[in-house]
Design a protein around this ligand. Structure first.
Ligand code: TGC
Ligand code: FAD
Length: 390
């Protein structure tokens, strides 16, 4: 297939700084050279490409929009565009970077002590230390406020008990940010791999995000020193402050998956002959390609403006919800349309479309399901929250 050389119908480039364009080009090339050749096999085997982690660190993509402590200190737009290029390879690679930077490094950077920042952030920026983020529980997904995981003060330590589920990177993580109730208030704790009573069984049987390591976190009288609490935040504000960043990255990332599907569809349609013509010559196929271009372009404009507002510090969480919801939704529709354009070949792993389509099912659900983001917008519009009944 012809190399992907970008999709920029509305000249988004004109709004990017030289540094942002350089990040985009660097990550695009790296994905072509290092991710695309191996990812199908990892998806088939159900393994994360661990060998890529030091390279991701060297590229400066871990915690790349944070300043200091070995982080690259780039703009939010640079972070977004890196997510886009990574997810063009596979959602699992973008997920790894989202979890590490936005969900694990960010809470330490924002809510942690100076000692915690010094201890963890440089190793996490280089990829030597891998993090995971434990919010979801078996019985509390969309409603994390009901979490059962508890911390108890025991003199010079805290004792944690509970279970987290669906945790990206958990099986391979050295460090976990665990959200638990202490005296009824949600607090963040840093748990280390070697802490007594901490285990992370891998979850198997996924048809989606197969190249991502997903696991549980089991806390069984897990004792951690007192200095591992994140002291500067309490309540759901803590985990949600992290989710704002990760959901922002997904708004861009989903476009990368959509671009991969569009690119493969265009190339396939130009080369596949039926009824004596390339299928790209048929109006119905052109209609599909035009719809893909239209929706990707609108999604790019949303993401770009979101990035500009984030860099200007004017962004509100509801604006992120709209973009996450929209861009994942259109990416899913594009992936499905791409599968159709590829005919039977669309189900083969010789083409990336079915892998992206399956991955996007997870992306639609995690970091707040599509409908939870609808309800967040509904609350913003009406002032009435409709998450609970009665
Ligand atoms: P609500 O009353 O809305 O808020 C409680 C407190 O939190 C504050 N808050 C926020 N703060 C910062 N940013 C936001 N986006 C915030 N949203 C809310 C709010 O101001 C309040 O603060 P305070 O100080 O007044 O107490 O809480 P609620 O329980 O009614 O929430 C409702 C709802 C449904 C919106 C929320 O629970 C929700 O978003 N649920 C979805 C759960 C979710 O997104 N889970 C994600 C788990 S992590 C994950 O999926 C990682 S995937 C990683 C990968 O592989 O890429
Ligand atoms: P539920 O909350 O049970 O929702 C099921 C359905 O009910 C959905 O359609 C939902 O929209 C709907 N629903 C729920 N409540 C309402 C309501 N009030 N009104 C209308 N509809 C409603 N979590 C982490 O903490 N860390 C991670 O690293 C992480 N990684 C993940 C990786 C993968 C591959 C996946 C699939 C999930 C991951 N998650 C992670 C969990 C993810 O955040 C949750 O799956 C998500 O928040 C939804 O929770 P749930 O699956 O329990 O669905």
């Amino acid at each position: 297939m012809k190399k992907f050389d970008g999709l920029d119908f509305y000249n988004i480039d004109a709004h990017l700084s030289d540094e942002e364009k350089a990040v985009r080009d660097l990550v695009r090339q790296w994905v072509d050279d290092q991710v695309i050749p191996v990812i199908e096999n990892h998806a088939r085997e159900g393994t994360f490409p661990m060998q890529l982690i030091p390279q991701i660190g060297e590229l400066g993509l871990l915690g790349m929009n944070l300043h200091g402590y070995g982080c690259a200190g780039m703009s939010n737009i640079a972070y977004g565009i890196a997510c886009q290029e990574l997810e063009r390879g596979d959602s699992a690679i973008r997920s790894f970077v989202s979890v590490q930077g936005s969900l694990c490094m960010f809470p330490i950077w924002k809510h942690g002590t100076e000692e915690q920042k010094q201890k963890y952030l440089p190793g996490m920026a280089s990829g030597e230390l891998i993090g995971c983020f434990g919010l979801t529980e078996p019985d509390h997904g969309s409603n994390p406020s009901g979490m059962l995981t508890k911390a108890v003060d025991d003199g010079d330590s805290y004792i944690l008990n509970g279970a987290k589920m669906w945790i990206t990177n958990a099986p391979v993580a050295h460090v976990a940010i665990v959200w638990a109730k202490l005296d009824g208030k949600i607090r963040g704790f840093i748990v280390e791999r070697d802490d007594e009573g901490f285990t992370t069984p891998e979850m198997h049987g996924k048809h989606s995000l197969r190249a991502s390591a997903t696991g549980e976190i089991v806390l069984s009288d897990c004792r951690i020193p007192k200095d591992r609490i994140l002291p500067h935040v309490s309540g759901l504000r803590g985990p949600f402050s992290c989710l704002n960043n990760a959901r922002f990255g997904i708004s861009w990332g989903a476009l990368g998956a959509a671009m991969a599907c569009y690119h493969s569809s265009k190339e396939y349609a130009l080369s596949r002959i039926q009824f004596g013509h390339p299928i790209a010559a048929f109006q119905l196929v052109q209609n599909k390609l035009a719809w893909m271009l239209r929706e990707i372009t609108k999604g790019q404009l949303l993401a770009l403006h979101l990035g500009q507002m984030k860099d200007a510090k004017t962004l509100i969480p509801e604006q992120i919800s709209l973009a996450k919801m929209n861009n994942v939704d259109i990416a899913m529709q594009i992936a499905r349309m791409a599968r159709d354009i590829h005919g039977a070949n669309g189900i083969l792993d010789e083409y990336p479309v079915m892998r992206h389509q399956a991955n996007l099912e997870s992306v639609y659900t995690y970091e707040g399901t599509h409908d939870i983001h609808n309800l967040i917008l509904g609350r913003w519009i009406t002032g009435i929250q409709s998450f609970t009944r009665g």
